[in-house]
Design a protein around this ligand. Structure first.
Ligand SMILES: O=C(CO)[C@H](O)[C@H](O)COP(=O)(O)O
Length: 226
């Protein structure tokens, strides 16, 4: 995983994106260490009187948002004005997400938002996507999907849990195959192929979904509008 970015860089990106929150907004709350900085910053703004509702993208972001004091809603109750979420790799307007195995819910929330801000540190930025693409798969489809991924030229690897024997199980009760494809010359074409595989709940390619990328560093934040 590309987790080499400094916490200061992640914080700078997350906090700058959080500053775009406005009264009355419904805000999609991403998953991961960079999005967590945005959630904490929004929590501080809520403490100071900001009137927003958050839509979490994972168990983890729900817990953090609760602790931060952000009022919450489910996606089926609201429409999202602004989403702030991290990424494992960013190339142009395309992303690989799912390092936290939350990409299925993240994609629903991020894609539905009027404005989706990606928050990242410089280690996430690339010319061409090459980060292994996570596929959330129904447990019964693990082998058939892995076979299809090999036919597409990928190398699937069942994600294992670090502090438990056995695989990672997503918030939706599914498994994750991390699929290395080398350099992804045409993310839209690969995304279309992966979306057709029976048993794939969601893949981690986010093609042309983001509206801006906030890249933090120790010296500040660069905002790239897409
Ligand atoms: O997609 C994600 C979770 O599913 C995360 O946003 C992604 O893994 C980046 O995480 P971090 O900000 O901790 O580097």
């Amino acid at each position: 995983m590309k987790q080499g970015g400094s916490d200061a860089a992640k914080r700078a990106a997350g906090e700058a994106a959080a500053e775009t929150a406005e009264d009355g907004m419904v805000i999609g709350l991403g998953t991961g260490s960079t999005a967590a900085h945005a959630i904490r910053a929004i929590g501080r703004q809520v403490d100071a009187g900001l009137d927003v509702v958050g839509v979490p993208t994972s168990f983890q972001s729900r817990e953090l948002a609760r602790t931060a004091g952000i009022p919450l809603a489910d996606l089926d109750e609201v429409t999202v004005d602004l989403a702030i979420d991290g990424a494992d790799e960013v190339a142009g307007g395309d992303l690989v997400k799912g390092g936290g195995a939350a990409h299925a819910r993240e994609k629903i929330v991020d894609a539905s938002a009027d404005r989706f801000l990606v928050v990242a540190d410089p280690t996430k930025m690339a010319e061409t996507l090459s980060y292994p693409v996570p596929l959330e798969v129904l447990p019964a489809a693990r082998t058939t999907v892995a076979e299809s991924v090999r036919e597409l030229g990928g190398d699937p690897d069942l994600r294992r849990a670090e502090r438990k024997d056995g695989p990672v199980v997503t918030d939706n009760g599914n498994l994750v195959l991390d699929c290395a494809f080398g350099e992804i010359a045409d993310p839209a074409a690969l995304a279309a192929d992966l979306a057709t595989l029976p048993g794939v709940v969601e893949h981690g390619l986010f093609v042309d979904v983001a509206d801006a990328v906030y890249v933090g560093s120790e010296d500040g934040v660069t905002v790239r509008e897409l």
